[in-house]
Design a protein. Structure first.
Length: 239
């Protein structure tokens, strides 16, 4: 039976503010699902709740038949869910190799060595820069490192938060190709948060659109592309 990550009726509050309300979505192995919407729509909060970085008020996140809501983030990572955070968040004073090996701590030393070989095959530049401090890398190289660090965890599912943010168009094309290859070649499911809808539609087969923390639109990307409802959600007009 194909592996699946299922999010059901997820709600998150920041104090008195309702950040996410009753969001449901799913992603299967090898599939890419886009999570779209305007700034402040609740996209990043949804990812953080899935991975356990923020506490959900209610809902379920089921992976491998287990509801991980309420579990600490490090245990959720061991269940096979990895996050590539917005802004890369690499450890700038550590080397490229040290950043990668840190991601591999969840799967043991022997497996980490095998994963490292796979990451180097995916991103040969990271092998070339192995002893270089992460903070001295270009933005594109740091994004490769952030993705490589997630892959070191041997994930079943990867959550990508704004992977194209701040990158030059040629670098974005490389990142998009890497995400597609990760999902197609390794059978990894992905949820991709993107402000750039064109990039999201180039990657994903399905999309979930948020507005003010709620799902306002979902379905196959070929049906959603160019729709008035999608435009309204990005302009903050969806109710």
């Amino acid at each position: 039976m194909p592996r699946q990550l299922e999010v059901s009726d997820l709600s998150v509050d920041y104090g008195e503010i309702a950040a996410v309300r009753d969001v449901s979505l799913s992603v299967a192995e090898g599939e890419i699902v886009a999570l779209l919407g305007a700034n402040g729509a609740g996209k990043s909060t949804t990812l953080k709740a899935i991975i356990g970085m923020v506490k959900a008020r209610r809902g379920a996140v089921v992976v491998s038949g287990r509801n991980v809501i309420g579990e600490p983030a490090h245990l959720i990572a061991r269940m096979g869910i990895a996050l590539v955070p917005e802004g890369r968040r690499v450890f700038r004073r550590m080397t490229v190799r040290e950043n990668l090996l840190l991601g591999g701590t969840v799967c043991g030393a022997a497996q980490a060595r095998r994963q490292l070989e796979g990451v180097h095959a995916l991103f040969p530049r990271l092998e070339e820069r192995a002893r270089q401090l992460a903070g001295t890398l270009s933005g594109g190289e740091q994004q490769m490192l952030a993705i490589g660090r997630a892959m070191m965890m041997r994930p079943q599912f990867v959550l990508f938060d704004e992977p194209s943010l701040g990158l030059a168009p040629l670098v974005v094309a490389d990142v998009v190709a890497a995400i597609r290859r990760i999902c197609q070649d390794f059978g990894i499911g992905a949820i991709v948060v993107e402000q750039n809808a064109d990039i999201a539609f180039a990657l994903a087969t399905r999309a979930c659109v948020l507005s003010r923390g709620r799902t306002v639109l979902s379905g196959p990307t070929d049906q959603l592309r160019g729709s008035a409802a999608l435009r309204d959600a990005y302009l903050g007009m969806a109710s």
